[in-house]
Design a protein around this ligand. Structure first.
Ligand code: GLN
Length: 187
């Protein structure tokens, strides 16, 4: 059975852990790079990407996560985690991990008060997923190998996959619906 590493530097790693455990998966909360030695997949949770980025640098996570990504390990970023996976973001701070061929805009819907929920079909995952957006990013550009799993009515992608890499703008760990977590376990 696979061990899911959940990056536990900041953000809603407890919520992700609870969903994976409810699916019977073994979870390991990761606070130091060497704890990633025996995991089979990794989640970068939502939170605050500027903080996450700084902690990733301070604790030496950048190169190890990049190495795992290029070795083919499934990695999933939600919200701030999506920002961290991006090759490029539309502002100069934070510096993302530059793992996935996407360009992302932070806080694309405005401030905290502009957080919202919307039922959106996720291709190959769910026809009717209640997506919870909290100061969420959107994807502005995708490279040729990136598959768009879901987009908003205006065409902005909010769930994308590039091989072993998955990124969602919203928070499936808060929806009381484990279908995206199940999908990630099957990657
Ligand atoms: N707005 C946050 C950021 O830019 C992300 C919010 C979230 O992860 N819910 O990092």
């Amino acid at each position: 059975m696979s061990v899911v590493g959940v990056l536990a530097l900041q953000g809603d790693f407890e919520e992700h852990t609870a969903v994976f455990e409810s699916l019977g998966a073994e979870c390991k909360q990761i606070r130091l790079p060497e704890q990633m030695n025996d995991i089979d997949r990794l989640v970068i949770p939502g939170g605050e990407s500027t903080t996450l980025s700084r902690l990733c640098s301070n604790y030496g996570f950048r190169d190890p996560i990049k190495t795992l990504a290029s070795s083919g390990m499934p990695i999933w970023g939600t919200c701030a985690g999506m920002i961290m996976l991006a090759d490029k973001i539309t502002e100069s701070d934070p510096i993302p991990l530059q793992i996935m061929d996407i360009e992302v805009q932070r806080n694309a819907f405005g401030r905290q008060i502009d957080s919202f929920e919307q039922i959106i079909p996720l291709q190959g995952i769910a026809e009717d997923f209640n997506c919870i957006f909290i100061r969420a990013p959107i994807v502005m550009e995708t490279g040729p190998a990136v598959n768009i799993i879901a987009e908003l009515d205006n065409g902005n992608p909010i769930a994308v996959q590039e091989g072993n890499l998955l990124a969602t703008s919203f928070h499936p760990e808060l929806s009381n619906d484990s279908r995206v977590h199940k999908y990630f376990l099957d990657l």
